[in-house]
Design a protein around this ligand. Structure first.
Ligand code: PBG
Length: 327
């Protein structure tokens, strides 16, 4: 005898695994994942101290890692280069060297894995001896238009090498439009732009900067990356990037900004990506390594949340693990 007289008992929709499957609104699939990988110009792979479980790959190591990823169904990778200290300079010229680490790596990937979508980061921080995403003047100011003039050369260099998608992560004003014009006038109309549109000045990037040795030498990134307190401004940034020609936009970090992600995905007509960044990875990784949380459960839950909030593509350092779990 039931003591409550209820018309609605939501628990009926959860009573078995089969029924829960029928009621599920969101499904995380391997095809939605983008795998960010670190590379360097050395013979040997190196484990990354600031990001346990991640590796700075040599070219051979990377090609092997990619063959495993492709086997698992991962369709896209994002490349992040650790540049030799003596190639870094105040004007970041190495960022558009056609024989530099990124172009060489893209060509090698495309030789062996033509189907894999290769995404490259467009920003100066790995190449700039000041460690900023843009050029820095003697007073410490990060210059906008002068930086954009370099970014368009960097994007063009990546396109020439065979990148499928260029992803400006620098947050300079006007860079998406400038890159689009530069690509188009060089007959690269098919190269897509995934803009890091709503990129916040975040403490969660620390481990990544350790991986690339790219910490800013002075100051912080708050004059170009967004204030974590702002949500309306994210929509403004996204709208501007779409007007300028962005094919896809991104919110970064992901987990602490699900409201921003949801708001953007209901308000724009382009696909929205999200980046589960190094600090998010490291929090899960360290707590689960300590035995305090269940790694698989928390990784899947965090990514499902990001997907549910509206991301059609997710960058995550867990891409391979997730692909394995989903098999
Ligand atoms: C640099 C860049 C950063 C990340 C991706 N591209 C760091 C930064 O802006 O300082 C962070 C990614 C991560 O933390 O996983 N333009």
């Amino acid at each position: 005898m039931s003591t409550q007289n209820l018309n609605a008992r939501p628990r009926r929709n959860r009573k078995s695994s089969v029924i829960r499957n029928l009621c599920r609104e969101t499904r995380l699939v391997t095809e939605s994942l983008i795998y960010p990988v670190f590379i360097h110009d050395k013979e040997k792979d190196e484990s990354i101290e600031s990001m346990p479980g991640c590796t700075r790959w040599s070219l051979n190591g990377l090609l092997h890692e990619i063959s495993e990823s492709c086997e698992l169904g991962i369709g896209a990778i994002a490349l992040f280069p650790a540049i030799d200290g003596n190639l870094k300079s105040p004007d970041a010229e190495e960022s558009f060297n056609d024989n530099g680490l990124i172009p060489k790596t893209i060509r090698a990937i495309k030789d062996s894995f033509p189907e894999l979508a290769v995404i490259t980061d467009v920003a100066l921080d790995p190449y700039n001896s000041d460690g900023h995403d843009g050029l820095v003047d003697p007073s410490g100011k990060v210059l906008n238009d002068e930086t954009v003039a370099i970014l368009i050369q960097q994007a063009l260099c990546h396109a020439r090498a065979g990148a499928d998608i260029v992803a400006p992560s620098d947050m300079m004003d006007g860079r998406v439009g400038a890159i689009r014009r530069e690509l188009d006038s060089n007959d690269f109309t098919d190269i897509s732009i995934l803009s890091y549109s709503a990129k916040y000045a975040s403490g969660y990037y620390g481990p990544f900067r350790g991986a690339l040795n790219s910490e800013p030498k002075s100051g912080d990134k708050k004059t170009y990356q967004m204030d974590p307190a702002n949500a309306k401004e994210a929509l403004r940034e996204v709208m501007l990037d779409i007007e300028e020609g962005a094919d896809m936009v991104m919110v970064k970090p992901a987990g602490p900004y699900l409201d921003v992600l949801a708001n953007i995905s209901t308000n724009v007509k382009v696909p929205v990506a999200a980046y589960q960044v190094s600090g998010e990875y490291l929090m899960i990784e360290s707590a689960s390594t300590a035995g305090w949380i269940d790694r698989k459960a928390v990784v899947m839950e965090s990514l499902t949340g990001i997907h549910r909030a509206g991301a059609s593509a997710i960058l995550t350092y867990y891409a391979k693990s997730v692909a394995e779990w989903l098999k």
